[in-house]
Ligand binder design. Sequence first.
Ligand SMILES: [Zn+2]
Length: 310
Amino acid sequence: MLRTSIWGRKYPKSSGFTVLVKQVWGTLRGHLLRPERPCSQRPCARRNRNNALHPLWKGPASVPGGTRQSPINICWRDSVYDPQLQPLQVSYEAAACLYVWNTGYLFQVEFDDATEGSGISGGPLENHYRLKQFHFHWGAVNEWGSEHTVDDHVYPAELHLVHWNSVKYQNYKEAVLGENGLAVIGVFLKLGAHHEALQKLVEVLPEIKHKDARATVGPFQPSCLLPTCRDYWTYPGSLTTPPLTESVTWIIQKKPIEVAANQLAAFRTLLFSALGEEEKTMVNNYRPIQPLMNRKVHSSFQATEEGTRS
Ligand SMILES: [Zn+2]
């Protein structure tokens, strides 16, 4: 079987830290070969069909080498409560917000990371990590879009706040390639109430419809996009876009934030394509689930009897 032949392969392992430069088999498998999570539900069946490969994932296929790739499915009952995990300390400066832009794969809000002002520490982190940018992943429809899943539940979108270790590294570029270089907070988005802070971003999206377009948003406080409950799961993983480096400590918030359907619909008015190119709607910009392999997911909270998601 395909799964066995791919996952059963012995991957080359460098000491302690593996750097992936090219895409790995998991990506090809998910995008080209068959649905990642076979499911009889109609939306799931449609999820991977007619899904042309984005240029981001084109290029020569390389030897697989990942042992801690992301995203993953978080199995609630298999996650291990770690009483040593402290609450995450979050301190962001709204004034450090620089601009929002269309990367050609998603939209991203950049922050000034020249000083220690905006960042996170505590929780599973040994050092202070500076905020570099945040961005979203979403689907063509509300039935899917998140990168991580919880007990196989897919959310319509996922926010990633990307930070780099400013104690061990000089800059973001170095940190991407280094051990314990990055810390990414993941926040699930679910349909519900209108999100006021998000609306400030939604309103500038028409200005960045095409690839490489950018717009200013003024001061923006990213902590407004975090859920009130700060319970989280954490695990060692990778970037979910090339170069897929395994330098990320993931911190996935247990509780999703609510956004209105029309706010999510606004994400889908963006384009992968540049001005003058054939228009391609920016949707399904998530990476398929990767194998957990030899990893444990830890939680900052004790699982309740029901262990249900919200
Ligand atoms: Zn991301």
